[in-house]
Design a binder for this molecule. Sequence first.
Ligand code: PLP
Length: 365
Amino acid sequence: MIPMVDLKTQYAQIQDEIAQGFSEVLNQCAFILGPNVQAFEKEAAAYLGVRHAIGCASGTDALHLALLASGVGPGDQVITSAFTFIATVEAIKYIGAEPVFADIDPRTFNITPDSVEPLINSRTKAVLPVHLFGQPVDVIGLQALCERHGLLLIEDCAQSFGARVDGRQTGSFGAAGAFSFFPSKNLGCYGDGGMVATNDDAVADLVKQLRNHGSKIRYYHDVIGYNSRLDELQAVVLRVKLKRIDQYNAARRRAAHLYEELLAGLPLQTPYADELGEHVYHQYTLLCPERDAVIAALQAAQIASAIYYPVPLHKQNVFKEEHASLSLPHTEAVAAQCLSLPICSSLEAGDIRRIADVIRGVFAA
Ligand SMILES: *Cc1c(COP(=O)(O)O)cnc(C)c1O
């Protein structure tokens, strides 16, 4: 069986280092916001080239805290994508703001300055793009657009850790960047975890306070906060993997390039990577008109595949009444044809060849 993601091979390579780090934490019995979290936050900020990185309990919380701390509030409109994991929009809803969906570019699967601009009005407060599947959005174009209209830019980087645009890391362009360390993400821990990155000292201070019950000094509370902290054991894992993230992402890119080569000429669209951004292939996602036949053939050959995402957010039960009259032609067409193939840093060339052969077989028949 070839799974979507194989975490075991990677674990075998870093097992000893993780065991040693865990053993230190367990011996010291300092489990929450201890020395490993502090060190990880420093190392992550240095890696991303931002002034502050603040660990929290999940990527969903990172989005929530980033929106709150940047001053987005009830009644504000936030322009985002309907072709994303629901957490992006849950965070907007948590703070009483209103998601406004821009259509995507069918090549990159991301919203663009051109799709966002016509939606801007006096209630618009922020633009929240998602670097979907590890493909950076045109974040430089969106940054210029936000500056022109006095809007906040908040990046959902849950799928793009380590992706650069024009030499700079995703998550370093806007008021804040939100990261997820869910185990299967490019930088994943062994449970839930997340992080807010920012260059703004005030946003950083507020995120630190909000993640820890609204308190700066223990048992003194200035605002209503949350319990959303990164724990020491997760920080140990993240420190071990952060050192290797460029290597992991390079392996994903090599896998993607081999897929590209082996699937060339077939009636399907392989992932588009533009010149400006560096795709880190959180997912390797095709547009495939023959999706059902390909899934069936892969399944018969013991190869996993997945549809990210089958139903765009404006068509989900939870939102469809609110957005009943909304039509997003590119988003809807992509959701009907997208198909993600296995990809991870330890995927072997032989596996990629086997997968490509099965797909070629579908079209040869
Ligand atoms: C995974 C993910 C999130 C949420 O992260 P969690 O750590 O699972 O809460 C948010 N946005 C996107 C695009 C994601 O892929």
